[in-house]
Design a protein around this ligand. Structure first.
Ligand SMILES: Cc1ncc(COP(=O)(O)O)c(C=O)c1O
Length: 407
């Protein structure tokens, strides 16, 4: 028997792994010191724990521990990267990002354009192509201008799971001395990243997408490549090399590092397992629904093109929101968590070339560490019967509205 509701929204957040919780617990009541209070043993122990965690996070992205700036999460990291660097650039600089970035990248870019910089948003490969949702290096190259100073491209998208050619884009930026920021939140612990990110200047990370706690993340600021300046968003005690003042969240940081270590230790197996579960789900939906289910985003066979646990599909003629109301046994989403209060269709699906109606007919599935094959089979059955029910209801209503003579 499966237990419902089944959590299938692992792009919005993930359950904190109990092993992560266990390493965090002592840092609430026993090891409660302030990591900046190094005049006594309480503070020293907290600082040691933070520095150990810093080493783990740095190793995950092949950085120097001094390049890790702990933050409250990736929204802050993205803001610090974009606004912090953007506000140090010469006035009228040109900035490039993709049109499928997270709002925590797009909105700071919008702010910089109001402050006098110009921004170009690069479109991904359009839906229907096996690489749909990928932002190709040649598209980024076409957008570059002599005064381009900053490029920001996410490693993996949070709605359609498209994985971007970060290494190639980094090489383009490097050749031209352009600062390169990557929002790696959805990719960390899900696909191999170390080599991809080696030439990247700024990297945003978040713990709660990788089975760690909420409210903690990091910005990696690699100073050895481009000589760039970055100004803080928060001023105060000068923590984190002056880039992010505020008492460090010691339990959160300890949990973040353990979560990353656990995810990396089992990365290859987990990638295979999640890809199998995701492909099984799509196969079961297709088998039962045929053309009534359509794939959004990249091909499912390539983990280097699409996150193994991601599925995004549309059911033509059915509203995603309505479908979700008919499947209370499943925790899914019709878009990203941050925009679920927003009535507009997903900017990511529109950027893929879908119509508003197609975008509204879509749902996102995020399969994660704690999902089982039994749950996936159950979810497929529940979804298929809800779709059939809605299709029947719709044709009954259409017959009704045509009137008795035409029925
Ligand atoms: C791609 C991406 N970037 C940034 C964020 C923001 O992360 P956080 O929740 O840590 O602020 C999210 C989370 O929704 C995300 O999916």
């Amino acid at each position: 028997m499966v237990q419902t509701p089944i959590y299938l929204d692992n792009h919005a957040t993930t359950r904190c792994d109990p092993r992560v919780r266990d390493v965090m617990l002592p840092y609430f009541c026993e090891e409660f010191g302030n990591a900046a209070s190094i005049t006594h043993v309480f503070g020293e122990r907290a600082k040691d724990a933070v520095e150990k965690a810093r080493e783990t996070i740095a190793a995950a992205v092949d950085a120097d521990p001094r390049e890790v700036i702990f933050t409250s999460g990736a929204t802050e990291s993205n803001n610090l990267a974009i606004l912090g660097v953007g506000r140090c650039l010469p006035p009228g600089s040109h900035l490039v990002a993709s049109s499928i970035e997270h709002p925590s990248v797009l909105e700071p870019l919008q702010k910089l354009s109001e402050e006098g910089h110009t921004v170009t948003l690069v479109r991904p490969v359009q839906n229907g192509d096996p690489q749909a949702g990928r932002v190709l290096a040649e598209s980024v190259e076409e957008a570059l201008k002599p005064n381009t100073r900053l490029v920001s491209i996410m490693a993996a998208n949070n709605e359609i799971g498209s994985v971007q050619p970060i290494r190639e884009i980094a090489a383009l930026c490097r050749e031209r001395g352009i600062i390169f920021h990557v929002d790696a939140v959805q990719a960390l612990g899900k696909v191999p990243l170390r080599d991809e990110l080696r030439e990247v200047d700024l990297i945003s990370l978040s713990a709660h997408k990788v089975y760690g706690p909420k409210g903690v993340g990091a910005l990696i600021v690699r100073r050895r490549q481009a000589g760039f300046k970055i100004q803080p968003l928060i001023y105060g005690g000068g923590h984190e090399r002056g880039l992010r003042s505020g008492t460090l969240n010691v339990p959160g940081i300890v949990g973040f590092a353990h979560a990353v270590a656990l995810a990396l230790a089992d990365l290859e197996n987990e990638m295979v397992r999640l890809q199998q579960l995701r492909n099984l789900l799509f196969h079961l939906l297709k088998e039962q629904l045929g053309e009534r289910v359509q794939l959004n985003g990249p091909d499912l066979s390539r983990p280097d093109w699409r996150l193994p646990g991601n599925l995004n599909v549309r059911f033509p003629g059915i509203e995603g929101e309505t479908l979700l109301l008919h499947v209370p046994e499943l925790a899914l989403s019709s878009g990203s968590a941050c925009s679920s209060a927003d009535p507009r269709p997903s900017h990511v699906l529109l950027a893929l070339g879908l119509s508003e109606t197609e975008a509204r007919a879509s749902i996102r599935v995020g399969i994660g560490r704690f999902n089982t094959e039994e749950e996936i089979r159950y979810a497929a059955d529940v979804l298929c019967s809800a779709v059939r029910q809605l299709v029947d209801l719709q044709s009954a209503l259409e017959g009704w509205s045509r009137g008795p003579g035409e029925r």
